[in-house]
Design a protein around this ligand. Sequence first.
Ligand SMILES: Cc1cc2nc3c(=O)[nH]c(=O)nc-3n(C[C@H](O)[C@H](O)[C@H](O)COP(=O)(O)OP(=O)(O)OC[C@H]3O[C@@H](n4cnc5c(N)ncnc54)[C@H](O)[C@@H]3O)c2cc1C
Length: 264
Amino acid sequence: MNDPASLQSSIAIIGGGYAGINVAKALDEHAAVTLVEPKDAFVHNIATLRAVVRPEFLLRMFLPYDHLLARGRVVRDRAVRVDGRSVELASGTRLTPDIIVLATGSSYPFPAKSDTDSTRDALKQYRSAHEHLERARRVMLLGAGAVGLEFAGEFAAAWLDKEIVLVDQAEQILPGPYDQRLRDELNRQLRDLGVEQVMGSPLTGLPEIAAGQPGRFSVSTAAGTAVDADIWFRCYGIAPQTGYLAGDLLAARTPGGTCRSRRN
Ligand SMILES: Cc1cc2nc3c(=O)[nH]c(=O)nc-3n(C[C@H](O)[C@H](O)[C@H](O)COP(=O)(O)OP(=O)(O)OC[C@H]3O[C@@H](n4cnc5c(N)ncnc54)[C@H](O)[C@@H]3O)c2cc1C
């Protein structure tokens, strides 16, 4: 008689972020699941901006994959080529599952996301950023979208005595299809927290000091407003992680890196 397990579909889920772990867990009972993820732990990245100002949160941000699946397996590896039929991993292993789920999300500049796959290295990066922030008197956040605003709020709540300046070329905070009443309320909160805004004109150049590194700098907007600070962070630049798409899947990749659904 056939072993029922051998009759199950095999599914490779590429990426163990929020989407990947939920799909893997939901299918674990019903299919032979392989979750491919280069990081050594799940990163609860919506907590990063709090953790960088309050490092006691850091250890709650990295959750090992050890107990995620009862039957399936988690393979610590990176997909480097995926077409409609097979998955090639950085190690050289090739998977040919019945179904491939792409859940590789996006990258974002530090500290909203970290570029390392090692929890130990990420902890070092976040602790070091915290120490730099502790020593800074004035911080520039470049980008007044969701990340810049959230970072400003976390920062202002943690350090009442420091100055924050939010800089964006857009005329208003939170660019995008949001209700103006939301912006009005956010502006009220930012004013109460003493967050400065320099809006409506791009910087003529980025600071000479790298993002996240300590050091006094002065920059100017095209409109002529000078902005100085002791450290700055890039709060823009989300990038879909789909560079591995190949073969018949390549046609679905847009120039911006996102994937078209079949209907478009
Ligand atoms: C600071 C911050 C705050 C946020 N706050 C909120 C919030 O309050 N509410 C909300 O709904 N959303 C929030 N978000 C957005 C939310 O984090 C994302 O929507 C979510 O991360 C998307 O999950 P995902 O699983 O699709 O992708 P990701 O979380 O990006 O996970 C993708 C995974 O794929 C892995 N991967 C990448 N490439 C490969 C490859 N080639 N092979 C194998 N694995 C790969 C990565 O290592 C990663 O683990 C926030 C994001 C940030 C950065």
